[in-house]
Design a protein around this ligand. Structure first.
Ligand code: CS2
Length: 482
């Protein structure tokens, strides 16, 4: 880290008191929700400071504490950048080190919202069914101990404290890319609460609120070189800047805990957050159009030797491929939200992917595919099958995921697969000797594939897998796009 620069420091307190605890303080929330919330407070006031929580590691705390928890949001457009200091985060707690402090913060009277970006796997659920995974080691631990380790555990135990103290619950505002995210998290929390204390579950059911949200902004992981380049530019060291694209969108169901009246949330509507009755149509659009193609490009792009999404879509075969995915396979699968021009949305997405200032690694997006595939790709495929729409592109993306999780690329080079099921998936892929056996075995992973859909995928995915192996990625995509 560059040493000779003075450290970034707080300019002015935006708000004295915290109103939000955020679980999972990664780059995405710091570049998205936190920026919106800061703007809402700047515009309309309110005690909405944020206490960030890292569930596992102390890395974020250690970077932010010496700079009073402020950081730079570096917006990277195709034609230049802007820098902005974000001051809404007031503290960062590390749950593994101080679980009691986290619960105390979440049970504090002024905390009216708990936001979350803990990634798909952080919910300890089964992506194929949307239900709590009772066998997950963190859930097993949380069923037996009062100090939790999982995100659902923290929500349940903190709500329990509020109930005991006679306080209303906080609104649980999930900002992760799960389908129907509010409903899923509500179900997970109720299931865990029911197992711990049925009275608590009844109270959460009656008083709790879990609005669904659609969140969108492309935020690649910050690299050491980014930290250095920023310090050289500004003459000040920020150990944890976030880099993001100009585009942003946040659609939120306006359904917050009633007991707080007009104090239930920051004035999000004043800063461009779309407050709606039901977010489902937006969620479908975003998860299928953006994340579905992101994951497809990530596996296929990685296997074709492309390091980032912008490099991948600069390859003309991939440009054609992704445009065809949108027009023939994804757009016909769902109903766009009223008033949205879905073709214009696809055009805008392509421009966002092509932004050369954003270095979003295919390897980063390829992470945790077992948790991402169902809502990003498999739902689309199931809906297309029901409408007799051909899905050569998406089945090729599924085959590419299968190749990828095998842990070796087509040139025989090892792949660093990051996935909670990585060991299981690699073992399955390696035990099979033919493409058909491999595909069959992987389709049986029930956390990912619904059995009825798996049957229908068997033949097209095997064909796609064979083609990828025998002809390579670019030739396979050329055939699909004609
Ligand atoms: C990406 C997302 O890493 C991934 O899996 O697809 O983080 C994506 O960049 C965001 O959802 C964009 O809003």
């Amino acid at each position: 880290m560059p040493a000779d620069y003075p450290r970034l420091a707080r300019k002015s307190p935006i708000t004295e008191k915290a109103g939000i605890v955020h679980l999972g303080l990664g780059a995405f929330f710091r570049a998205h929700g936190a920026v919106y919330i800061q703007e809402a407070v700047e515009k309309s006031g309110g005690e909405w400071g944020i206490i960030g929580v890292s569930l596992q590691s102390s890395g974020m705390h250690d970077k932010l504490a010496p700079q009073e928890f402020v950081y730079t949001a570096q917006e990277l457009g195709p034609d230049g950048e802007t820098l902005r200091q974000i001051e809404i985060v007031q503290d960062v707690l590390v749950a593994r080190q101080e679980p009691e402090a986290v619960l105390t913060a979440m049970a504090e009277e002024n905390i009216r919202i708990v936001t979350l970006t803990v990634t798909e796997k952080g919910y300890c659920y089964d992506p194929a069914t949307g239900r709590l995974n009772r066998q997950h080691p963190d859930i097993v631990a949380d069923l037996n101990n009062e100090l939790p380790v999982s995100a659902p555990g923290y929500l349940v135990r903190a709500l329990q404290r509020r109930k005991v103290n006679g306080l209303p619950p906080f609104t649980v505002l999930t900002c992760d890319n799960l389908p129907d995210n509010g409903r899923i998290v509500n179900g997970i929390v109720l299931e865990l609460a029911e197992a711990i204390d049925p009275d608590l579950a009844r109270w959460i059911k009656a008083e709790g609120k879990f609005p669904a949200t659609m969140v969108d902004r492309i935020v690649p992981a910050t690299k050491a070189e980014d930290v250095e380049a920023l310090a050289t530019k500004t003459g000040v060291l920020d150990a944890a800047p976030v880099l993001h694209e100009p585009f942003r969108q946040w659609v939120v169901e306006d359904d917050f805990v009633e007991a707080y009246g007009s104090n239930a949330r920051p004035d999000l509507g004043a800063v461009g957050v779309e407050l709606v009755d039901n977010v489902t149509a937006y969620e479908h659009m975003k998860l299928r159009m953006l994340n579905g193609t992101h994951s497809s490009l990530a596996y296929l792009g990685y296997l074709a030797g492309h390091e980032t999404i912008s490099q991948t879509v600069a390859d003309d075969v991939f440009e054609k491929f992704v445009k065809q995915l949108w027009s023939r396979e994804i757009i016909p699968s769902f109903k766009a939200p009223d008033g949205v021009d879905i073709n214009a949305y696809a055009d805008a997405l392509f421009k966002r992917y092509a932004n050369p200032a954003i270095q979003h690694r295919t390897w980063q997006i390829a992470m945790d595919g077992s948790q991402k595939l169902p809502q990003r790709i498999l739902g689309t495929v199931a809906d297309d099958f029901a409408k007799a729409i051909d899905v050569p592109g998406l089945t090729t993306a599924i085959a590419a995921w299968m190749l990828y999780v095998g842990g070796t690329d087509m040139q025989g080079k090892p792949i660093d697969v990051k996935d909670p099921l990585a060991d299981q998936l690699r073992a399955i892929a390696r035990a099979a000797s033919t493409a058909a056996e491999k595909v069959t075995a992987l389709l049986q992973v029930s956390q990912v594939f619904d059995p009825a859909l798996a049957d229908k995928l068997q033949s097209p995915v095997t064909k796609a897998y064979d083609k990828l192996v025998n002809k390579g990625v670019r030739e396979t995509l050329k055939e699909i796009t004609g």
